[in-house]
Design a protein around this ligand. Structure first.
Ligand code: KG4
Ligand code: ZN
Length: 391
């Protein structure tokens, strides 16, 4: 990646996202959001209790053109007007990524537009740059910085060619069905570092698996969030993974997993608890288990994210991913960020979950920074590292 391509102010960019079960097409002009159209195949995965890659890929194929047409119509533009096409090249499900990538290449070739294959995780951070807007789908007014705590004075500053850029020392906590990561973002277009991640299940995956154990259905996150309201979060003391001193070490001498998470032991502990109730013929206390499980996840996510931020000079933390909808996560993260003097930014849920607007937002930053476009030969990279912002 080099920064020699002719830079352009407020570029009009179409963004395509197909890394999991959402077909997302977004359109931005610079940092202005013009359209964010999403079709989800979630319903088709419900009976399997999780996303089935083959089904997701086929659903992207079916949803692609209608979603594209709707986005162009909402934005009031035609394809030939865009300055560039951005698409998630990874990480994600290989077959699902390939559908979006093939479509993006076809559009780029047909309309003679530059193509940018971008990193899905970095795109989650890119939404943080979008201007406060009226929901282009006609819904209520939304604020990209939908929730703030800590130091609310730090606005995104003007970057190259008048584009807003992230505040200095930004970090991102991404929590979804596919990822649990904490990033340090020096520059959205050239400097992203992975500080920590899950070593097994993603947090959302743990919610989904636990909900299945409790008979709460799929997707499990919203079901547990709701069930937990009536439960006691201290009824069970479930494990907080990778918090033992041998894993964490100290700030001066960090252990291997100081900033990493693990949720597989937690899932097993919940399974054991459920089994014990069932074996003794007692009713399973679903609300108490849901609340205690949720507390364990949220406690360890927020504690490690805040500590990693403080130890890496982060002063503004952005939350992203589908689990950002979780009420208890928002509440505890806000409390702990405020106590640590960190500014917290939580975009509206429609921009936290997977969508095309985030891909377009990152694409616009890359165009404005003059980054060289991708070749039409780029492959889908299901494990694209976060440092590889565009390919
Ligand atoms: O970002 P997302 O829409 O898709 C990907 O995983 O890429 O996130 C979906 C995940 C699912 O695991 C779902 O259970 C979880 O986000 N989720 C929640 C909540 N709403 C969605 N987890 C906890 N609490 C919620 N309210
Ligand atoms: Zn995602």
């Amino acid at each position: 990646m080099s920064e020699t391509f002719s830079a352009r102010s407020a570029p009009l960019v179409l963004g395509i996202e197909t890394s999991c079960d959402e077909t997302g097409i977004g359109i931005v002009r610079g940092t202005e959001l013009l359209a964010n159209t999403v079709a989800s195949s979630m319903e088709e995965h419900v009976r399997f209790g999780g996303v089935i890659p083959e089904i997701a890929a086929r659903a992207h194929l079916e949803a692609f053109l209608p979603t594209l047409r709707e986005a162009l119509e909402t934005a009031g533009i035609e394809l030939h007007e865009v300055d560039a096409i951005a698409v998630t090249s990874g990480p994600g499900l290989a077959g699902a990524l390939m559908v979006g990538l093939s479509a993006a290449k076809g559009l780029a070739l047909a309309a003679d537009k530059p193509l940018y294959g971008v990193n899905h995780l970095v795109a989650h951070v890119g939404v943080g740059l979008l201007d406060p807007h009226e929901n282009p789908s006609g819904g209520p007014v939304e604020e990209p910085s939908g929730h703030r705590a800590g130091n609310p004075g730090a606005e995104p500053e003007a970057g190259p060619r008048g584009m807003r850029r992230l505040p200095e020392n930004t970090g991102a906590l991404l929590v979804s069905g596919g990822h649990t990561e904490i990033l340090r973002v020096g520059s959205l277009t050239s400097d992203v570092e992975l500080l920590g991640s899950t070593i097994d299940d993603a947090a959302g995956e743990a919610f989904d698996k636990t909900a299945r154990l409790l008979g709460l259905g799929y997707p499990g996150g919203p079901a547990i969030d709701t069930a937990a309201v009536a439960g006691d979060p201290h009824a069970f003391r479930f494990p907080r993974g990778l918090t033992m001193p041998k894993f964490e070490g100290s700030a001066q001498n960090p252990g291997k997993h100081r900033h990493n998470w693990s949720f597989s032991g937690l899932k097993t502990a919940v399974a054991r608890a459920v089994e014990q109730f069932e074996a003794s013929g007692r009713p399973v206390p679903v609300a108490d288990i849901a609340a205690s499980f949720q507390e364990a996840v949220v406690d360890v996510i927020t504690a490690k994210a805040v500590r990693a931020s403080l130890e890496h000079g982060i002063t503004t933390l952005m939350l992203g991913g589908g689990v950002a909808a979780n009420q208890r996560l928002r509440e505890l993260l806000a409390q702990r960020c405020a106590a640590a003097g960190l500014e917290l930014r939580i975009p509206p849920v429609s921009l936290c979950t997977d969508n095309g607007a985030m891909v377009a937002a990152l694409g616009a930053q890359l165009v404005a920074a003059g980054v060289t476009p991708s070749s039409l030969q780029i492959p889908a990279d299901s494990s694209q590292p976060v440092q590889q912002i565009s390919v």
